[in-house]
Design a protein around this ligand. Structure first.
Ligand SMILES: C[S@@+](CC[C@H](N)C(=O)[O-])C[C@H]1O[C@@H](n2cnc3c(N)ncnc32)[C@H](O)[C@@H]1O
Length: 208
C-alpha cells in the first residue's frame, strides 16, 4: 500500500527480511501473496523467491494486480477473506481457522508511531475483519500471530508478547522498536538478519 515506483530501485533490505520471515512463519501448508507491486518490485521479489525457496517455508508469490483483482481472478469471494484490522470489534479466535475464511489479509503498510489507521483503506472494501489486540504489530508479527491462532489453535490471549522492545547492540547503541512482537523468552522474535541490519543501518545513519 506504500508508493512503489516503477524504477530500478530494489526492495529495501528490511522489507525483504520481513517478507522472508512471513514465508517462514506461515509454513509450507500456506502461500504468501504480495499484491499491488510495481513491475520492478514484482521482478525483484520473483527472483528472491526463486533463489531462496525453503521447503519449510510458504511459497511466496508476487503480483502486479491489487488484492480485489487477484481475488476475482481466483474466484475467492470477499466473505472468505479475513482482514486483520486493529480497529475490528471482534478478536481473531481459533474458530476463525475452521473453514469460514480461506485467506487472511494484512495491510502492506509501514508502521506509524502513533498508528494512523491506514488499514481503513482495506476496511472500506468490505472484508470481514478481526483484531489481534490493542497494540500495533509489525506485519510479519501479525501474520505469525494469525498462524498461531487459526492453524495451531493457540488463543490470542495465551501468546506471550514483548511490546516496544529496545534492541541493544552494545553499551552505546540501541534502538527502540514501536511495535508488539511475539516473545521468545525475553527476546522479541525478529526476522532473521534484522538485528544485524538495524545495527548496520544505525551506523550508516551517522556516517558523514
Ligand atoms: C505494521 S501494521 C501498520 C498499521 C498501520 N499503522 C495502521 O494504522 O493501520 C500492518 C498491518 O498489520 C496488521 N496488524 C498489525 N497490528 C495489528 C493488530 N493489533 N490487530 C490486527 N491487525 C494488525 C494489519 O493488517 C495492518 O494493516
Amino acid at each position: 500500500m506504500e508508493d512503489d515506483e516503477d524504477s530500478a530501485r530494489a526492495i529495501p533490505k528490511w522489507v525483504e527480511l520481513e517478507y522472508k520471515h512471513m514465508q517462514a512463519l506461515a509454513g509450507p501448508s500456506s502461500e504468501v501473496h504480495f499484491t499491488h507491486l510495481s513491475h520492478s518490485s514484482c521482478s525483484t521479489l520473483e527472483e528472491l523467491f526463486a533463489d531462496t525457496q525453503d521447503p519449510k517455508a510458504a511459497p511466496g508469490l508476487a503480483h502486479h494486480e491489487g488484492i480485489i483483482e487477484l481475488l476475482e481472478k481466483r474466484g475467492v469471494p470477499l466473505d472468505k477473506v479475513c482482514l486483520l484490522d486493529p480497529k475490528a470489534k471482534e478478536a481473531l479466535s481459533p474458530e476463525d481457522g475452521d473453514g469460514r475464511f480461506s485467506w487472511f489479509l494484512f495491510g502492506g503498510i509501514l508502521g506509524d508511531d502513533p498508528p494512523r489507521d491506514r488499514t481503513s483503506d482495506l476496511r472500506v472494501l468490505g472484508f470481514p475483519h478481526r483484531h489481534l489486540g490493542p497494540v500495533q504489530m509489525t506485519t510479519d508479527t501479525a501474520l505469525g500471530v494469525t498462524k498461531l491462532v487459526v492453524e495451531d489453535k493457540v488463543p490470542l490471549t495465551d501468546i506471550k508478547y514483548i511490546d516496544f522492545p529496545t534492541i541493544v547492540f552494545n553499551a552505546k547503541e540501541s534502538v527502540e522498536m514501536p511495535f508488539r512482537y511475539i516473545a521468545n523468552g525475553t527476546d522479541p522474535v525478529l526476522p532473521p538478519g534484522m538485528r544485524e541490519h538495524l545495527h548496520a543501518d544505525l551506523n550508516q545513519s551517522f556516517e558523514f
